[in-house]
Design a protein. Structure first.
Length: 334
């Protein structure tokens, strides 16, 4: 079930209180972080954990694990600080400066200046996200550039002009990005900083060859994505009702093709597929936590008959609702 928070996210955050955002610094004290300074602040009604590393002069990295619908963030704004976020799991989105919205799914990367997101709300459409953030003060790195990057002819001012402009750049998942970031999760914790030093240099070399106009995710206006969130709220708060795309298009004054495209951008799936999975996720919760008859659960999540509900449930979960409830009952009894 794509819309259920992965077990490892729940387990790793079980000791973090609701509304808490734990920041763990893994570098020697006294080293100046680019982003996580006194000017950085974040608030959420969910919870999260950030494990930060000071990698090079002017370069910081953090592993982020978040269980929330949204986090509001404030930090210093600079057109020369490059911010990157690699989404490993879940979905994450920003309303950037200038009214541009960026949404990432698993394997996607965004690159933009810290000025683009200095005061922003970070959204998690599936309720969770896991990924790696990088903050690179390009002039500082240029003045302390590792020898291998100097020898490669890496031009950091060009990277700044390419990725720190008025609009963010979002790069879709690809084998190159997977090859860069996967080892950062498989490496043992005591070697993470060493791997970060290697992989950040590899990432900079990769970015120096990227042509954003040819390798970029489609972006939409933040007004459009906010409208889609309203539509999502209506759909998920009234599961016992069925709304056609045409009816929603007329109600919210949005073109049907745009509605479908932006919904998939924000939530990662076509509307019909997403809502089927969402209905089944809610049904699973009711089957686990209540003794409500299956026929009534079917009605609550928008199915006219128990038979249609059971078929849809098995399509998504590969098990009938009666069997699912029985397995949950046996787990409780064990």
């Amino acid at each position: 079930m794509k819309q259920q928070e992965p077990t490892h996210v729940t387990q790793q955050l079980q000791d973090v209180p609701a509304g808490g955002l734990t920041i763990v610094r893994n570098s020697p004290s006294g080293q100046e972080y680019v982003l996580l300074t006194g000017q950085f602040s974040a608030k959420t009604v969910g919870k999260g954990k950030i494990e930060a590393y000071h990698v090079f002069p002017g370069v910081d990295a953090s592993y982020n694990l978040l269980s929330a619908a949204e986090i509001t963030v404030h930090h210093a704004a600079s057109s020369s600080v490059l911010e990157l976020f690699y989404c490993r799991n879940g979905r994450v989105g920003w309303n950037m400066r200038g009214g541009t919205a960026v949404y990432l799914g698993a394997g996607d990367l965004t690159a933009h200046s810290s000025a683009c997101c200095a005061d922003s709300a970070i959204m998690f459409p599936l309720g969770y996200a896991e990924g790696i953030s990088l903050s690179i003060d390009l002039p500082v790195l240029d003045a302390n550039c590792p020898e291998i990057l100097k020898e490669s002819g890496l031009d950091l001012p060009t990277i700044q002009s390419t990725f720190c402009g008025e609009k963010p750049v979002a790069i879709p998942a690809c084998p190159e990005l997977e090859g860069i970031f996967a080892p950062l999760y498989s490496a043992p914790s005591f070697r993470r900083r060493a791997y970060l030093q290697l992989k950040i240099q590899e990432l900079l070399l990769y970015l120096s060859d990227v042509e954003p106009e040819k390798h970029a995710l489609t972006q939409y206006g933040s007004q459009q994505t906010e409208l889609i969130k309203e539509i999502h709220r209506q759909l998920t708060e009234h599961l016992d009702q069925r709304f056609t795309i045409e009816a929603l298009s007329k109600q919210y004054l949005i073109n049907t093709s745009t509605l479908k495209e932006v919904f998939k951008t924000v939530y990662g799936l076509p509307i019909a597929t997403y809502m089927k999975e969402y209905r089944m996720a809610q049904a699973m919760k009711l089957l686990r936590e209540t003794r409500i008859p299956i026929s009534e659960i079917a009605d609550r999540v928008g199915y006219e008959t128990q038979g249609k509900f059971s078929k849809a449930f098995k399509d998504v979960t590969q098990i009938l609702p009666t069997e699912y409830r029985r397995t949950q009952d046996s787990n409780w009894n064990d």
